[in-house]
Write a protein that binds this ligand. Sequence first.
Ligand code: BG6
Length: 501
Amino acid sequence: MSDSPKQPDPLTMIIFGASGDLTRRKLAPAMYNLSAGGNLPKFRIIGFARRERSDEQFREDLHKAIHQFSRAGTVDARHWKAFAPCLSYLSGDFTDEARYKELKDRLTAAAQELGSGNRLFYLATPPSLYPDIVRCIGEMGLNEPEPGSWTRIIVEKPFGKDLETALALNREIHAVFSEDQVYRIDHYLGKETVQNILVLRFANGIFEPLWNRNFIDHVEITMAESIGVEGRGGYYEEAGALRDMVQNHMMQLISLISMEPPIAFEAGEVRNEKVKVLRAIRPYTTESVKTMVVRGQYGPGRVEGQPCVGYRNEPGVAPDSNTETFVALKLLIDNWRWAGVPFYIRTGKRLPRRVTEIAVRFKQAPYLLFRDTDVKQPDQNLLVLQIQPEEGIFMQFGAKVPGPKIRIQAVNMDFAYGTSFQEDNADAYERLLLDCMLGDATLFTRHDEVETAWSIVTSIMDGWKQLDDGQGSVAMYGAGTWGPREAAELIERHGHRWRLP
Ligand code: BG6
């Protein structure tokens, strides 16, 4: 995992889907910030999309988008003057050969201007278009790097919709690009607090000896959102929380928190260990889906004081939809480190607040020394990795309340990014784009990682299909609550309780 201090070599970035939401919200602000921060070399961006637009209109659109979505919340006129001329636009159908010829000509011209033929393709279109685009790139020979240059492709999620489609997509991509040219993006890996999981575990001597079944009782991961489906009802109906959050972001957190130490901080080694632990996750059977997985859907309610409609009343959602907006599950990792340690995970929309955290609960002290006092069983020691919006880590342990009697209270030892560091946290896309330009794939997902994550998630979906019986068994929860009652029962059955984040 490099610190990305280097500057990449000059390059041309080609964004497929340049008039879409992702370009406006994430890609344009990230490229602008990288450029304004002096982290980009000489570059060109060619936006490719179906919508008719002139170069000038494209620049205006991106100016507005950067103003609206960039973390600085503003566009500096001086930087914009340098940035804008690097942008151009190509409109047309993604399967039109003539447009790819035009693209090829533009790439040749850009390579001459920049003195470098490096090319970065970015697939930011709906995923159904990926196979055609990749095939057309291949037919035009644009996948082949020029001598002395590189060609890479970033692929956005969703990467398939089950194991079979993910395998097919990998085959289609591999027919044109070799694996080391492919960068599958998961923006969670671009978050500072997520990268810090590995630093916490492997740069400190005190945690790793405890990081196993002998000392850890269980792990809870919460990825809660207060937002609903935000106008993406059509997409979400096809996806649901399991595909939208668990297959990708959640599996990334699970693998980072549970993997073995890699032998080096290098893409191949880190990803080998991530795949290895994912492969140790016990697949679900219909029976275990029944007892270990809960799916929920929000009904009407209030979130952060505001009334909100139920999922079935969101635009683009079927009035009798059984798509899950919440999933909670118990997951087991069958290896020496984790045998018998349950991982409880939950994610959902329209929960009371936005919070992502990993809570590691340690086993009780082996013997209650203070038994002739008022002390009941003290709380389990707890280590919480706060991913967002709070960014930090705290450790909870028991301390003696001052006074003549022995009384014990849980207290915190706290680290917060805001108080310890002055540096700004760059947006995840900035970090990931830069890593890709530098050829560092550590924070990108390898094909076998995606496939292994899909095989676990697909075993759950298969279980649901078996159980459904055409009835649908999604449990309802009110918007603004922590999910259906069944989610609480899932963990309480084992004598635990979800932490209130
Ligand atoms: C996206 C999902 O991948 O992640 C969205 O499609 C979700 O549904 C988003 O809201 C959450 O990302 P973050 O960074 O806001 O936690």
